[in-house]
Design a protein around this ligand. Sequence first.
Ligand code: MN
Ligand code: MN
Length: 321
Amino acid sequence: MSSIPTGPVGPVDATQVPRFAGPSTFARLPALDQVRHADVAVVGVPFDSGVSYRPGARFGPSHVRASSKLLRNYNPVQEIAPFAIQQVADAGDIVCNPFDIDSALLDIDRGARSVLDRADRLVTIGGDHTIALPLLRVLHEAHGEIAVVHFDAHLDMWDTYFGADVTHGTPFRRASEEGLIDQTGSMHVGIRGPLYSKRDLTDDQALGFQVVGSHEMDDIGWRGTLERVAARVGDRPMYVSIDVDVLDPAHAPGTGTPEAGGLTSRELLSILRGFAGWNLVGADIVEVAPAYDHAEMTGIAAAHVAYELISAMAPRPQEDH
Ligand code: MN
Ligand code: MN
């Protein structure tokens, strides 16, 4: 840089460099090593060795970045310019072992800590849902027990699969057992599809989660869902974990474990906008598998999810929710 910037460094100016050119960072933002410090860092975790069905989410970070080129500076619904009132930067990818899940967890732990040395908060792009466990371990050290608001078709609260206890179907059970999550403040949103048995739901409740099922949204809508989340979370430190399969396959076909009857991207974005000004300590968007995507539908949905989360993290006058 030729001069020391006086405020946040924003995306490359699209009136000077067309959106199909320029850097391949998220939203064409500066890289983390181009800024002194970031309020929010977008970081990729290209890991999918924890999947149980279709693989391919290791290509999620680069796909979501490519699908983020049309994100513009002003968010008219949240009424803020998220890249102008806080420094947002792209920290690149955390390199992790694709052959050994335990090693990968340590890699993600180390990688997240090193980005957090230079950024206040992370918005992580997966990768499969396994990555939420090491991220929650890191955040627990700073914030204590965290209210997890988990958007997913699936509970991800199973115990083991083929003897493996850390997979993309188990992160929130492990997190609950390890005392990382606030069992009085956590919630799943968008759950649907057949389960192994009714016990899946009773176990889930015993481990500290409440559920807003996808089918309930017909009755209560996104607004009623947001009210249920608000009543549950209060002012606790909150981590938002979004499996893109919470969206209906019509909105997000590019994912590993699709289930019919999901949210629209409009419903999901509306709920996320409602988190503006909450105590949001981190977030992820996971399970984007570009090999099954069409016309960047899933990538674009994930990019907008990240944009709304970054906007919701932006500082604004303290307000009740
Ligand atoms: Mn899922
Ligand atoms: Mn999941």
